[in-house]
Write a protein that binds this ligand. Structure first.
Ligand code: ATP
Length: 367
């Protein structure tokens, strides 16, 4: 069993250089508590590389990612790039496409100590990440969105059996480790061929999981159900654009987008990426909430634990989650959650909890 893990570290833009190093500190300490260590591979991307090398995603960064199984991607401020760098895929989109990171796993979990519209929410959105209605990445070449004339714009949605089957398997496998309930979200009454195929293939996969309860919802009804009674959902599987929208909604219902974690995975690679953006409006002030990226890093480690069978990694991931929950429950929070903690202050609090776990809350020293 490996004792050391190589993990890529990409600060990105905006608040990235503040929150990504915070996540790295927490990961390092949690792994060390579990008898493992990390070799960071720092990589560049975003505004700084546009200035230095004329590209938002340097070849050197991609070449390094080719050799890595795990990395943490900070947010990118692609909307703020010079116009010539805004035409193609965003850096995150380009990386997801290059490595076919087809499963975007986005939990929405309400925490004690964080005011939430739905304080009982505990669900995971499993979002298909490679095709669907995301026209900027659903073609082998070019884009699925085009304008035959300046006054006509078209967009092509792509749903395939193969991509739907693999995301459905991800959702049903995940449900087996949770409350054994999958909800398929589609819009088959309107997009009957595309999202109808998505629903039907998911239902076919469901037959291989007789122990998992399955139901389905139209995406518009799903948005309403999430607001009214989100706690009845466990694992939600859906296509790319629906998943993007519903996961932001669910994150806000659970408290704030700033605390929403996520990972993007293929069978062999995983990328931690918080659900929020680069927040340029607060960058450089040391007040950004690091919870989303720290939670994403915990998911990354847990994914590697499942893949390799290294239980020490699962222990480290659980200790990070526990550290976050304990800090939030104690009322330590950044300004976006109504608190006064700085990014460094919140991170220090989590590190303190990892170092001196309150009884029954931290597993870092159990192996
Ligand atoms: P993107 O399209 O890249 O996701 P966006 O423009 O939708 O980005 P964000 O960059 O996520 O939006 O910012 C939206 C708002 O949320 C901003 O006011 C920002 O300051 C705030 N915000 C986002 N992330 C955080 C965070 N980690 N901590 C505190 N505030 C945040």
């Amino acid at each position: 069993m490996a004792n050391r893990y190589r993990i890529g570290l990409i600060d990105g833009d905006g608040i990235g250089p503040e929150i990504v190093p915070a996540a790295a500190r927490v990961v390092e300490q949690a792994l060390s508590g579990a008898g493992r260590s990390v070799d960071w591979v720092p990589l560049e991307l975003g505004h700084t590389t546009i200035e230095r090398y004329g590209t938002a995603i340097p070849e050197a960064t991609l070449a390094a990612l080719d050799d890595l199984a795990l990395w943490i991607l900070g947010p990118h401020d692609s909307a703020g790039y010079p116009s010539e760098h805004r035409a193609g895929l965003t850096p995150g989109g380009a990386i997801r496409k290059r490595y076919d990171l087809y499963a975007n796993i986005r939990p929405a979990l309400a925490h004690d100590g964080v005011r939430a519209t739905n304080p009982d929410l505990d669900l995971v959105i499993v979002r298909e990440n490679s095709e669907g209605l995301y026209a900027d990445r659903n073609m082998a070449r070019g884009t699925g969105e085009f304008m035959p004339t300046p006054d006509v714009a078209l967009s092509v949605g792509v749903i395939t059996r193969a991509a739907t089957e693999r995301i459905a398997v991800s959702a049903f496998e995940l449900a087996r480790s949770r409350r054994k309930h999958v909800t398929i979200v589609h819009k088959a009454n309107v997009l009957s061929m595309t999202t109808g195929l998505f629903r039907d293939v998911c239902l076919e996969v469901a037959q291989r999981y007789p122990d998992v309860r399955v139901d389905d919802e139209h995406v518009d009804a799903m948005a309403a159900h999430l607001v009214r009674d989100g706690r009845r959902f466990d694992v939600v599987v859906t296509e790319n654009l629906f998943g993007d929208i519903l996961s932001d909604l669910a994150a806000e219902l659970a408290g704030s987008l700033g605390i929403a974690a996520s990972i993007n995975t293929s069978a062999t690679k995983a990328m931690a990426q918080a659900a929020h953006g680069a927040a340029p409006d607060i960058a450089g002030r040391g007040v950004a909430n690091p919870v989303g990226i720290i939670g994403s890093a915990a998911m990354l480690i847990e994914w590697q634990a499942l893949r390799t069978g290294d239980d020490a990694l699962a222990v480290a991931a659980e200790s990070i989650r526990s550290g976050i929950s304990t800090a939030l429950a104690a009322g330590i929070a950044t300004a976006d959650l109504g608190g006064t903690a700085t990014t460094a202050g919140f991170t220090d609090a989590v590190l303190d909890i990892l170092e001196n776990p309150p009884p029954g809350t931290n597993l870092a020293n159990e192996q």
